[in-house]
Design a protein around this ligand. Structure first.
Ligand code: GDP
Ligand code: IMO
Ligand code: MG
Length: 458
């Protein structure tokens, strides 16, 4: 029996999300026995392409398409059981066996319909009041994390006790219906068809929320587990564990473009707290980094390009890269690679190495620009400042590099990349100080160049 503990890898997005984390997590499961999500919720959208077949995941870890790999939803995730069951049903319809492999922490706070109602109503109120919307996914993520931090959340473990659940739910509804009706003016608001069954006159009703939660509880129960304990035991048994981040570093609630961020810590350090393991178990941190930048929703983006005008580099990125959100279908804003932003990401995550994704999308651009720093208040800065106001005031400083015309689609050996592509990658590594250990050259699982395997120590 193997008694050597396993080696664990944390995968995080280093920009504003949608860097290709799902593809890489799925690919890396060749060397892992378990994958755990540690933050976020169904605001995430991770796309896997295996033998030409596409799978979109929101809550279920990206290890689910590899038979035998255990998939954990850690305590740091805010869980909509309704969305989880919907996603499970879709995968089961496609023939994926998952019930024996999916484990859910009893400490996950629940996302319930009033969280989505608050999210949507708040965005509408911001807009009406003249403030810029955050551009949230409308999934209730922020309000659910507020309940958690406010120590009043209903958690997965509360589903076991219907009477206690009912009492806590009534208290929560008292609070949130007060905010919805009195502060947000929800009676005048159309919440759309998916919230309609739970609402009347702008208030969220107790009975449909309670009845649904109890129905879901029975289905969920066999998968509810002490995830922290199982992960620690698996590690000691010698299993390699992948910690799958959602969103990206610049959406992190502390380190991102605050307030245009999500409501959780997306950085690598949170993998320990959000899964229930000690930080010493995080052996290698892999930063997934797009070869250019994209962002969905509002908020500053220093290297943003005009991306709707045909013939421009931004339009090229948007169309060749199919830059549309998996969760909300919104177009992603596009811009040049920002190495000064990456420096911030490298620092707050402690990146061991990077995987550069979507390199193929840059094929055919005659020249590329790399942002190396910014002009801010008359001074030159070489790292992204903190918070939206300073970031919005940054004027990027660029270095220009030659592009390449040969196709890199599907290349799996570094030496086969065009010289200009290698020079671009090497310059990125040089400015950011982070080695590039992988390169992704198409959405397909196997179109990946491996220079250093993160599961091998040293
Ligand atoms: P995630 O949220 O970080 O998992 O990323 P998404 O799945 O939301 O977005 C990344 C998109 O790019 C998906 O449609 C992937 O299939 C696709 N993708 C990932 N890697 C590559 C790549 O190397 N080249 C191309 N062309 N597409 C890629
Ligand atoms: P993955 O895991 C890209 C963005 C939203 C919005 C902000 C706050 O696929 O990379 P929220 O609903 O979380 O309160 O919205 O965060 N956002 C994402 N952008 N990829 C994601 O996830 C995102 N999850 C949230 O667009 O700007
Ligand atoms: Mg995504």
């Amino acid at each position: 029996m193997n008694t050597k503990p396993g080696r664990n890898v944390v995968v995080v997005g280093t920009q504003w999300g949608d860097e290709g984390k799902g593809k890489l997590v799925d690919w890396l499961t060749e060397s892992a026995q378990a994958v755990v999500r540690f933050q976020g919720g169904h605001n995430a959208g991770h796309t896997l392409v295996i033998n030409g077949v596409k799978t979109a995941l929101h809550l279920i870890p990206s290890g689910i398409m590899r038979a035998g790999v255990k998939c954990y939803i850690g305590n740091g995730v805010v869980l909509s059981v309704a969305k989880l069951l919907e996603e499970m049903a879709g995968l089961e319809k496609a023939g994926v066996e998952l019930r024996s492999r999916l484990r859910i922490s009893e400490a996950c706070p629940l996302i319930l319909p009033f969280h989505a109602a608050l999210d949507v109503a708040r965005e509408a109120a911001r807009e009406k009041g003249g403030s810029e919307k955050i551009g949230t996914t409308g999934r209730g993520i922020g309000p659910a994390y507020e309940d958690k931090i406010g120590r009043r959340a209903l958690r997965v473990q509360d589903l076991k006790h219907p009477e206690r659940f009912a009492a806590k739910l009534r208290d929560l509804l008292d609070l949130h219906n007060h905010v919805l009706t009195t502060y947000l003016g929800s009676a005048a608001f159309d919440f759309g068809p998916h919230l309609a069954p739970y609402m009347q006159d702008g208030r969220v009703l107790f009975q449909p929320v309670f009845d649904e939660a109890m129905r879901h509880a029975a289905i969920l129960q066999p998968m509810v587990a002490d995830v922290s304990r199982e992960l620690n035991e698996a590690h000691l048994r010698g299993d390699n564990i992948l910690f799958e981040g959602a969103q990206g570093t610049l959406l992190d609630v502390d380190h991102g473009t605050y307030p245009f961020v999500t409501s959780s810590n997306c950085v690598a350090g949170n993998a320990a707290a959000g899964a229930g393991v000690g930080p010493g178990l995080l052996h290698y941190v892999l930063g997934i980094t797009k070869a250019y930048c994209t962002r969905v929703g509002s908020g500053p983006f220093p290297t943003e390009l005009e991306w709707e005008k045909p013939g421009t580099p931004g339009y090229h990125m948007s169309t060749v890269g199919f830059e549309k959100g998996v969760t909300t279908g919104r177009s992603r804003r596009c811009g040049w690679f920002d190495a000064a932003l990456l420096k911030r990401s490298a620092q707050v995550n402690g990146l061991s190495g990077m995987c550069i994704t979507k390199l193929d999308v840059l094929d055919g651009l005659s020249e590329l620009k790399l942002c190396t720093g910014y002009r801010l208040d008359g001074a030159l800065v070489d790292i992204l400042p903190m918070g939206a106001d300073d970031i919005a005031a940054c004027e990027p400083v660029y270095e220009t590099m030659p592009g390449w015309s040969d196709s890199t689609v599907g290349v799996t050996e570094y030496d086969r990349l065009p010289l200009a592509a290698r020079q671009y990658l090497e310059r990125i590594a040089q400015i950011t100080g982070v080695p590039i250990h992988m390169v992704s050259t198409s959405p397909d699982r196997d179109h990946t160049i491996l220079m250093r395997n993160p599961f091998l120590a040293g």
